[in-house]
Design a protein around this ligand. Structure first.
Ligand code: C5P
Length: 229
């Protein structure tokens, strides 16, 4: 049995990008490295939590000790997350994954070939992907007690994050600026604004590990206080 202020708490973390295939060799994705999510999984486990990490493709070594499931696409990540939430009463779910918003509408079985030099490129029709954070936030007996989203924004970060909190139905939002020059996506540091039910905290620029430790500590403090469920 683990020890620490989060001992006995079950936490779900989604991390990394998703890859949305176009054909057997090509996919749509984004610049997420998975570092923030993996650091968070590790920080939660360090405080004693039982962590379930659901990860898209990354180059990272998964944290030791916890349960890790890997997936490629948003729909696979959604299925894993909802299945986990149905079988485990999560105290917290933290969606750090940078899920691709759209996927190619048609996935070709064979590599799409160039046929001639004057050919037009093939059209790219897209379909929306499921929103895992919004689905986890829906009222249901399997809803994690606290659902936390990340909001990567490039401008008016706090206002956009507040709108996202309301739209997604989650409880807290960790907002960060990923605008040009911020070097956050794929980088090793992050500067975040934490928006909870009753406070807004502007944190200084920190390593992703330090952001993870502070967030894990904030969660541990929250669980110590009495709350209506
Ligand atoms: O809408 P946006 O992508 O900016 O919201 C970011 C938050 O929503 C992140 O916590 C991300 O993990 C989550 N999200 C998700 N599924 C999606 C899109 C976003 O879980 N399809």
């Amino acid at each position: 049995r683990r020890i620490g202020p989060l001992a006995g708490k079950n936490c779900l973390v989604t991390a990394g990008p998703t890859h949305e295939p176009l054909d057997p060799v090509r996919y749509l994705a984004n610049r997420s490295s998975g570092k923030q999510g993996y650091a968070l999984a590790e920080a939660l486990a360090d405080l004693g939590a039982e962590v379930t990490l659901i990860s898209g493709p990354t180059a990272l070594r998964p944290p030791a000790g916890g349960a890790v499931s890997f997936c490629e696409t948003a729909r696979q990540m959604r299925d894993l997350a909802l299945k986990a939430a149905r079988s485990t009463a999560f105290d917290a779910a933290i969606c750090t994954a940078a899920v691709a918003d759209w996927r190619p509408a048609h996935v070709q079985d064979q590599k799409i070939k160039k046929t001639g030099k004057d050919d037009l490129p093939p059209p790219l029709a897209l379909l929306p992907n499921p929103d895992i954070l919004a689905e986890l936030s829906e009222p249901s007996p399997s809803r994690p007690r606290l659902v936390i989203g990340f909001a990567a924004e490039t401008e008016t970060v706090e206002a956009h994050a507040r709108a996202k909190l309301a739209r997604k139905g989650c409880d807290w939002i960790v907002a960060n600026n990923v605008g040009a020059g911020s070097d956050v996506m794929g980088g090793s540091e992050n500067q975040v604004i934490l928006i909870t039910q009753d406070k807004v905290e502007h944190w200084p620029r920190l390593s992703k590990e330090e952001v993870a430790r502070r967030l894990a500590t904030t969660l541990a403090d929250w669980f110590l206080k009495p709350h209506k469920s």
